[in-house]
Write a protein that binds this ligand. Structure first.
Ligand code: DGJ
Length: 712
């Protein structure tokens, strides 16, 4: 049983395969968190409420921290009742267990505000999902000023380190690891989307490495403003409070209205970061991604953006499509520029009709051509945006997010439609529905290229205007949910100037993400390494492009860098030589042969590109019988090294594995070794900087893909 209630000690015990999470009821009727960590052998081994020393001056361990009840730490819930009272007093009412689900019912009785804490225990992945529902059962409005999803607590130890992901446009998902000191560390977004600056993910470890040590982690299912606060006070457990950002937020909860704080997913590994990441990856595939496509392999796509930018037309797209088909691409995607008066980024956003100068007979001739080449067809849209130079803006200037008497800041020459409005939501649903009904489209790249600044919603009463932040996101989710149900054949890719809106909230409605506009194959390695801590490789789209210099990076290096997740190609195929086509065809075929393992298997980071002279990532099939090693040199760690021993992981000690290279049917065997030898001694990769002396170039780029399989 994953959830147990011990009547005598009044404790709820939530257990997964390797994790225990315990909270209990104290004699004041308050729910206190007691334990989160390794699963302990016996129920008695877990702390009881009476073990919790509760001194009068603090209440640090609230399972759901509220403003009130002498609690001065970061809160999950802050309200203002109609008489001006701002303290919340929650009393325990009841609980209910059904299989892996638990609900704890609490209530602020005097004001008839009920708070339900929901838990879902995912045993196999050592993960718990937690979300919160609040309901106004009174006949007066209640102003909600904060409604976060969790307050969690981990051991306070001087070894504790906080890991998080930071970046900016073109440089997303950089992993940071730092000491946790007294005070608060705030990770957040205030720009109306997840943002590239910080990602709603944290991990806390205690000198852990990839294979050893305790790692606590969590991530939030929300695509708007969010906040995770890590708070440390001397001698107390470290608190992590996370959910929707309370900055500029308030919500008028009407009588009988319910509000749901999004899912916060948290988990634990006592076998280091690899196990934590693998559990996150497989949890996302099984529980987050839309079910219909979660375990279907992602197709190799070609996106023509970097080849033709806004200058798309039927003719040039057909030429590229033919070339893409030649190398084995399965999905051809036309990006920005096909609609309205969209000849550059100054005009056209919002006018979602086909540009007749570029496509005189609509999109269908191109679509039919793409299909005749045996590929699926995909299209780019940016539904949440409008250019001031557009028919839509001239007709509905009031649809944009803005304040009167204040500037309307442009970013990339565009303004943002207020999706919190029902008429805007209907506009988007209708045009997308028409587009997908009238054309044989299999794939949509849904882009979003700016931040929210002047966050005004002047058409509603001032006291409701701050609801824009959440209503926007709810409507975005509803639109996507509707479109997916109505057009189940369509795969959705989520993009926001690259990886600006990557979170498990939007992943519930999209099948993959555009990781970063930066497709420089070396820069990408650090981005991809950081990404792997919080998100599954299958979700991560990587394109082979000309970034960083077509002549700087060998084409194979560019492919190998992009093959660490779901593969795409964005290079200008018109510039490919016959040799390039041959190589690309070979690499695409190789990817098709290994993608089941890359997209659905277990990923092991064998080295870190941040610190080491090479980046090697291993992928092991679900049954652990075969695997792939992708090796890329870090050209910035120059050294005259001749061989690198890359040690594999996750293999059976006594089994014998054949290590080989190449496509099926033309395999070149490299060595046969036991699993133990491959783990201890490793595969020797001949890699040297000798060519420095031959070519005089300070860096060079070497990469290999090796495969291995267990011998019967
Ligand atoms: C930003 C995206 O990240 C790019 O891939 C491309 O789709 C452009 N937008 C198009 O405007």
């Amino acid at each position: 049983m994953p959830i147990n209630f011990d009547k005598e000690t009044k404790r709820w015990l939530l257990e997964t395969e390797n994790m225990g999470y315990v909270f209990g009821l104290d004699d004041q009727g308050k729910i206190k968190n007691l334990y989160w960590g390794s699963k302990l052998p016996r129920v008695q081994d877990y702390p009881e409420v009476k073990d919790l020393i509760l001194m009068d001056r603090y209440t640090w361990n609230d399972e759901f921290s509220v403003r009130g009840e002498k609690n001065n730490v970061e809160h999950c819930l802050k309200v203002e009742y109609c008489d001006g009272v701002r303290d919340v007093v929650l009393n325990y009412k009841s609980f209910e267990v059904s299989g892996n689900d638990l609900v704890i019912r609490l209530s602020d009785d005097h004001y008839n505000l009920s708070v339900n804490l929901f838990y879902k225990v995912i045993e196999k992945y050592d993960i718990i999902e937690r979300w919160v529902e609040i309901e106004n059962n009174s006949n007066q409005e209640i102003k909600i000023e904060d409604m976060k999803s969790v307050s969690l607590y981990v051991e306070n130890d001087e070894k504790a380190k906080l890991n998080y992901l930071t970046g900016m446009w073109g440089s997303e998902f950089h992993l940071r690891r730092e000491e946790i000191n007294e005070g608060s560390k705030v990770l957040e977004s205030r720009v109306g989307k997840t943002s590239a600056y910080l990602n709603p993910f944290f991990a806390i470890d205690y000198s852990a490495d990839e294979d050893h040590g305790k790692v606590y982690f969590g991530e939030l299912a929300w695509s708007g403003n969010w906040k995770i606060v890590v708070q440390k006070r001397i001698y107390e457990r470290i608190a992590i409070i996370g959910g929707i950002n309370d900055w500029d937020f308030s919500y008028i909860l009407e009588p009988s209205e319910k509000l749901t704080a999004p899912k916060f997913v948290f988990g634990f590994s006592d076998e280091g970061f690899t196990k934590a990441s693998q559990n996150i990856h497989h949890y996302q595939l099984d529980y987050i991604l839309p079910k219909d496509k979660a375990h279907i392999l992602r197709k190799v796509l070609y996106n023509s953006w970097e080849a033709t930018t806004f200058n798309v037309n039927e003719e040039n797209q057909k030429i590229l499509a033919e070339k893409a088909a030649k190398i084995g691409v399965e999905l051809f995607v036309i990006d920005d520029g096909w609609f309205g008066k969209r000849n550059d980024d100054h005009a056209g956003l919002g006018d979602w009709y086909v540009n007749k100068e570029k496509f005189p007979n609509g999109l269908q001739p191109l679509i039919s051509y793409v299909k005749s080449l045996g590929m699926d067809f995909g299209i780019w849209v940016e539904p949440e945006m409008v250019n001031p130079d557009s028919e839509l803006y001239r007709k509905h200037p009031d649809w944009v997010i803005s304040f009167p008497n204040r500037p309307k800041s442009l970013e990339r020459n565009q303004l943002m439609l207020n999706l919190a409005r029902e008429d805007v939501k209907k506009f988007i649903v209708d045009f997308m529905d028409n587009l997908l009904t009238q054309n044989d489209i299999d794939f949509v790249k849904w882009d979003m290229n700016r931040h929210v600044f002047e966050s005004g919603w002047m058409q509603v009463e001032p006291r409701k205007q701050r609801e824009i932040w959440v209503k926007y996101v709810w409507n975005l989710y509803e639109i996507l949910k509707y479109l997916r149900e109505k057009h189940p054949q369509v795969t959705f890719e989520n993009c926001s100037s690259g990886g600006g809106r990557v979170d498990i909230g939007l992943m519930q409605y999209s099948d993959q993400v555009w990781t970063s506009d930066n497709t420089d194959p070396f820069d990408r390695l650090e981005i991809q390494e950081g990404f792997s801590y919080a998100y599954a490789p299958k979700i991560m789209m990587g394109w082979v492009t000309d970034w960083g210099g077509k002549d700087t990076y060998p084409l194979a290096y560019r492919f190998h860098s992009s093959m660490m997740g779901s593969l795409g190609i964005g290079a200008d195929l018109n510039k490919f030589s016959e040799k390039d086509f041959d190589l690309a065809r070979h690499q695409v075929q190789l990817y098709k042969e290994i993608r089941q393992i890359v997209q659905e298997g277990y990923q092991f980071r064998l080295s870190s590109v941040i610190n080491e002279r090479y980046f090697a990532v291993e992928y092991l099939s679900k049954n652990k019988d075969e695997g792939v090693l992708i090796y890329l040199r870090n050209p910035r760690r120059f050294g005259l090294f001749d061989r690198v021993d890359v040690k594999l992981k996750g293999l059976e000690n006594d089994a014998v594995y054949t290590v080989y290279e190449g496509l099926q049917g033309e395999e070149k065997e490299i060595i046969k070794l036991s699993g133990k030898a491959l783990k201890e001694r490793g595969i020797i990769i001949e890699d040297s900087s000798k060519d420095f002396f031959e070519t005089g170039k300070a860096t060079h780029f070497y990469s290999r893909i090796l495969r291995f399989r267990k011998r019967d």
